[in-house]
Design a binder for this molecule. Structure first.
Ligand SMILES: Cc1ncc(COP(=O)(O)O)c(C=O)c1O
Length: 482
């Protein structure tokens, strides 16, 4: 346990690291922020960091790296084939994730591409607890479909359920009966289910999934991009594991899956990814695809320097004081906003705090992308860059119809060891002000809609002059403050 009690009784997370290298960031005036939004098509992905104050877009590739990771980069062995850096990483994968075969891929979605290419075909159905944007896109790209099998409480925004990422076991068996095990190439479990608020699953649930997979001879694929934080919340919330170490919980989780893949941009605070397994058949099926899509088998499109930092980063995920930092800051942020009446996804999860735009922007129909609108509005009033996780992040169905998201969320990512508590207090302040002025936020419409993963580069415009009105109210309340 890492809890540090204050004499005053105040409950705040305490940083167990110190800043040794820092980066200057800029808070530009609101008038410039409006221009920047217009230039970016009201899509926060298209902003440039010179206009962004607190970058809460994602934790992908933005976690602070440790001194040990940076030092390790200096010993990188530059070789196309047989680099020692690769073997150090392979060893780390075996030590931390318990898998003897490791296939490098340049990031998480590249691993998804390899797995989908090998196992998904027209008519395949992949049951999962919940989709992630890129995992869905790759499965559909190869002609497959997905089915999401969460329990009902996962969709209850204001819930106390500790494991909203659990897979609905009864429905899983029903889906297998209806569709036939032969059409199900694998069951996908995503650790800390990203799109529903960074919510974990329990080990008991994973054991139940494993039992069904064994019964019908179906593989289990674990998306381990956010494994460390899921394991941390298991120690916090699952009685059986409250005395366990991070290493024990992580190894138990990976031992219940046949294939484990990850984005190292998240898992090990570096840039890369990969697939690991103990199944020789899987290794033989997937390994020829690495040189085809990624690069030679001992680098897979990843720089050797990053490979070194991945190895160290993987060992560091076993450090509970490091892993607990982001979830404890998120819990602080969620609880403070909740106390101010702002509707938030609960209980606090991992990777970020999630604001309920469906509730806040009840006056904006889903066809006008309330979460995207609230994300843009928050940037306008604060310089805080969040990410839309709602209908704009969904893809249209096969007939081109809009598919409305189950939840309309603004995700405020809290990458590991990046922000200070006063910055988090600024987020609470500006988000609360925006909540109190929510009626001023209006909808958005697409002016340029890409056919796949449209949320990345799509261009939008406001349906009225609401951004200008919001700016005027900001000036009225904050005077000449930035
Ligand atoms: C759960 C999950 N899976 C897969 C990915 C894709 O990883 P990458 O961005 O490295 O391609 C992400 C990235 O955010 C993720 O959160």
């Amino acid at each position: 346990m890492n809890e540090i009690k204050f004499y005053s009784g105040e409950q705040i997370p305490l940083e167990l690291h110190k800043a040794r290298v820092v980066q200057k960031i800029h808070l530009v005036p609101i008038e410039r922020r409006l221009e920047a939004l217009e230039e970016a098509g009201f899509n926060t992905f298209r902003l440039t960091t010179k206009d962004v104050f607190l970058d809460m877009l994602t934790d992908s590739g933005t976690n602070a790296m440790s001194d040990q990771q940076l030092a390790a980069m200096m010993q990188a062995d530059d070789a196309y084939a047989g680099s020692q850096s690769f073997f150090r990483l392979k060893q780390a994968v075996e030590d931390v994730l318990g898998k003897k075969y490791y296939l490098p891929a340049h990031q998480g979605r590249a691993a998804e591409n390899i797995i989908s290419h090998a196992y998904v075909k027209k008519g395949s159905l992949v049951p999962m607890n919940y989709h992630f944007t890129t995992s869905l896109a790759h499965i559909t790209q190869y002609g497959g479909k997905i089915v999401e099998l969460l329990y009902d409480e996962a969709y209850v925004i204001d819930s106390t359920h500790p494991f909203k990422g659990n897979m609905n076991i009864e429905k899983l068996e029903e889906v297998i009966h209806i569709n036939g095990a032969k059409n199900i190439p694998y069951i996908r479990m995503e650790a800390s289910t990203n799109l529903i608020g960074g919510q974990p699953f329990s080990i008991q649930n994973l054991r139940d999934v494993r039992a069904i997979a064994d019964k019908y001879d179906i593989r289990v694929v674990l998306d381990a991009s956010l494994l460390g934080e899921n394991a941390y919340l298991i120690i916090q919330r699952e009685e059986e594991f409250k005395e366990s170490t991070m290493g024990e919980v992580i190894k138990l989780m990976t031992s219940l899956a046949d294939i484990v893949y990850f984005s190292a941009r998240k898992l090990s605070s570096s840039r890369g990814g990969g697939i690991c397994t103990n199944c020789t058949d899987v290794y033989k099926e997937l390994s020829p695809l690495i040189p085809l899509f990624e690069g030679f088998l001992t680098y897979g499109g990843i720089s050797v320097r990053e490979i070194e930092s991945m190895a160290v980063g993987l060992y560091e995920t076993l450090d509970e004081t490091m892993i607990s930092q982001s979830p404890s800051f998120i819990a602080y942020l969620v609880n403070a906003l909740d106390a101010n009446g702002v509707p938030m996804v609960k209980p606090p999860g991992v990777l970020g705090a999630h604001v309920d735009a469906m509730e806040i922007c009840k006056h904006i129909p889903q066809k006008e992308y309330p979460a995207a609108a609230l994300t843009a509005a928050l940037f306008l009033v604060s310089g805080i860059r969040g990410m839309e996780r709602g209908t704009m992040s969904n893809q249209r169905d096969e007939y081109g119809n809009e598919t409305y998201a189950d939840m309309e969320l603004v995700r405020l990512a809290v990458p590991r060891r990046v922000f200070t508590l006063s910055q988090i207090k600024y987020v609470v302040d500006r988000m609360t002000w925006l909540y109190e002025n929510r009626e001023l936020v209006g909808g958005l419409r697409f002016v340029d809609e890409p056919p796949v993963l449209r949320f990345f580069m799509g261009g939008m415009e406001p349906v009225s002059d609401w951004p200008q009105k919001l700016l005027e109210k900001f000036r009225e309340d904050f005077g000449d403050s930035l």
